[in-house]
Design a protein around this ligand. Structure first.
Ligand code: SF4
Length: 294
């Protein structure tokens, strides 16, 4: 059942978006809005698999990252409203026609009640498929628990280690506790495979290192991490130093070295050059490369 006032994400803005159509902080309303969907072959190897990951990019987002490379749909809402039947049809096509490995829900949080209905419709037809919950990590544990059935894979970011930065760059108060709690929840929950993405931001690489330190000291250095160099200035980053540049090779190297020093052995390191999506392996446990650029 959809609760009348929305509290799906840590903003808990209580928008009356479902009945009164009053948008909350994220801008989502009473229908799932989809920008793009289709098989995607650039995710981390276990998610891409042989047949690709069935990505569904939802419009709107609970964070407002100044550097967002998806701003046409995350900030500005490009996309189409879908009925539950249409969303189910998208999922069905991905599974039956494209034969994808999983359904990859990209920024799903504002639309969880609708996604669950589509999932139930698929289930009723006897269609089973794993779900990837692919998000910034800015989540509420209670909501993760409530929608557990949509999380076979948790593909969560740990973006900031400072709430001040999270507010300044992404308008996401309480990000550090929210994202770390989400990662901890996924790590401790049996039956969920977890990958933590560490996107290194220019001028903020120390926050990436602090998040790796958190993982290693509070959880485990056996967690799979995906260290990403792909930041390129886009949207409002162009006017916001130091986000108006790429990550330097020195900044990136420091993060990679820290991951090695903390003993991470499972995961991937994106090549430094933006044009080179090749990944080196952090440890011996993985045997494929990928390029995560979306
Ligand atoms: S998902 Fe959107 S509407 Fe709901 S609490 Fe978060 S920001 Fe507000």
């Amino acid at each position: 059942m959809i609760k009348k006032l929305c509290e799906l994400c840590p903003h808990r803005c209580s928008a009356d978006r479902f009945d009164a159509m009053i948008p909350g902080f994220c801008g989502a309303l009473n229908k799932p809005r989809v920008f793009r969907w289709g098989p995607h072959f650039g995710e981390e190897p276990p998610i891409t698999g042989e047949r690709g990951s069935g990505c569904v990019f939802f419009s709107r987002c609970t964070m407002k990252c100044l550097y967002c490379q998806n701003s046409p749909w995350s900030w500005n809402g490009a996309g189409e409203d879908k009925s539950i039947e249409e969303l189910t049809e998208i999922f069905r096509t991905l599974v039956l026609n494209d034969k994808v490995e999983n359904i990859n829900l990209v920024s799903p949080t504002p639309y969880l009640p609708f996604i669950r209905e589509a999932h139930h419709a698929l289930k009723k037809d006897g269609i089973k498929i794993p779900y990837v919950w692919n998000s910034s990590g800015y989540e509420r544990v209670e909501i993760l628990e409530e929608y557990r059935e949509l999380c076979d894979w948790a593909l969560f970011d740990l973006r900031y280690s400072s709430d001040e930065t999270a507010i300044k760059l992404s308008a996401a108060p309480g990000y550090v506790n929210a994202a770390r709690s989400a990662v901890k929840w996924a790590y401790e929950k049996s039956g969920i495979d977890l990958i933590v993405r560490i996107l290194v931001l220019p001028g903020h690489h120390e926050e990436a290192i602090e998040n790796l330190a958190f993982l290693a000291s509070e959880l485990s250095n056996e967690i799979k991490v995906s260290i990403m160099s792909q930041f390129t200035p886009s949207y409002k980053a162009c006017e916001t130093p130091p986000l108006n540049r790429s990550v330097t090779e020195e900044e990136y190297e420091e993060v990679v070295e820290a991951a090695e020093d903390f003993g991470f052995e499972n995961g991937w390191i994106q090549g430094y050059e933006a044009s080179d999506p090749k990944l080196a392996l952090l440890g011996e446990n993985m045997t494929e490369n990928h390029g995560v650029v979306k």
